[in-house]
Design a binder for this molecule. Structure first.
Ligand code: SAM
Length: 289
């Protein structure tokens, strides 16, 4: 473990106010800036991503560096991507003397993460760890999963309701299209809840830390993944209807669908939330034949 102080200052509201005032920094709502001030959360998140001195962590949105510092204590190397170009002088102060962290300034949604991971970490084991801005939680997670980055896990703080959706068991009311997409790429687990008072400024919602362990192989084979996900989205868009009707409404011919359902062994009265991933794959395969 790196010899980096477990400084309590970055979770001390008075210190943060003074720090930000000295740098003329005001929180941006637009960028989802709610900084962690609960001292027990960052060590737990860093431990949960399970990366030690031989590995690397990619952090998205370091803010003033409270999680970054803890990751740098536990992992060999940390690369943090931050969009807010007012933060470099703040981070230069809060991470002074920490030499295993580097920054990439830019929008996570527009950067070539595969190249960054290769350049910065080579063949080391890597995890993604972040307190994600709420406004782009699902797009960031889906982009990380769909780009099949060579990472072991994605351990992130998200809004509590998003955690429930992302980690829902199939067939439950919380499960949606995004639940199945996550399941295809990863094993999802909610690790612990975090109250709104753990942030500065406090948001109007509670949060939870989830871990997505990336699967080496998807849980089912499918010939056309894109088609399967289109069907899943169309099915959940109108989840009260029978699948046959919701998919017909989304532009698929009823006869072709009915034949595909029969081949896949799915009842024509089935609804989106009743199907498992292998069953969605079977319908997509039958439509591909
Ligand atoms: N990690 C810090 C913490 O836990 O206190 C800050 C977390 S704050 C919820 C989200 C951070 O993500 C902010 O620093 C914000 O500027 C940054 N951010 C927002 N959108 C981003 C994007 N598209 N790419 C990179 N960083 C982004």
């Amino acid at each position: 473990m790196q010899q980096i102080d477990k400084t309590p200052r970055l979770t001390d509201a008075g210190y943060i106010r003074d720090l930000l005032e000295r740098h003329g920094f005001h929180f941006s709502k637009k960028l989802g800036q709610n900084f962690l001030i609960n001292p027990s959360v960052c060590p737990r998140m860093a431990e949960a991503c399970g990366i030690g001195p031989d590995g690397g962590v990619l952090e998205i949105g370091p803010g003033i560096g409270v999680l970054t510092r803890e990751l740098a204590r536990q992992a060999g190397r940390v690369v943090a991507i931050e969009l807010d170009d007012r933060l470099p002088p703040v981070l230069a102060e809060t991470l002074a003397g920490v030499d295993n962290v580097s920054f990439v300034w830019g929008d996570r949604m527009k950067l070539d993460l595969r190249r960054i991971l290769q350049e910065q970490f080579g063949d080391r084991p890597v995890a993604v760890c972040a307190n994600l801005p709420y406004y782009i939680t699902s797009p960031i997670i889906m982009m990380l999963l769909e780009s099949r980055l060579p990472v072991d896990n994605i351990t992130v703080m998200v809004q509590k309701e998003a955690a429930q959706r992302l980690c829902a068991a199939p067939g439950t009311r919380e499960a949606g299209a995004v639940t199945l997409a996550v399941q295809y790429y990863a094993e999802a687990q909610t690790l612990f809840g975090v109250s709104r008072g753990s942030f500065m400024p406090a948001p109007n919602v509670d949060s939870a830390v989830i871990r997505l362990r990336i699967r080496k192989q998807p849980p089912c084979a499918v010939r056309n993944e894109a088609l399967m996900f289109r069907l899943i989205r169309a099915g959940f868009n109108q989840r009260r209807k029978t699948l046959l009707n919701s998919l017909t409404g989304a532009g698929y011919a009823k006869e072709a669908l009915a034949a595909a359902f029969e081949t896949a062994g799915i009842a024509p009265t089935a609804r989106a939330e009743q199907l498992t991933l292998p069953e969605w794959a079977a319908i997509a395969d039958a439509l591909t034949q």
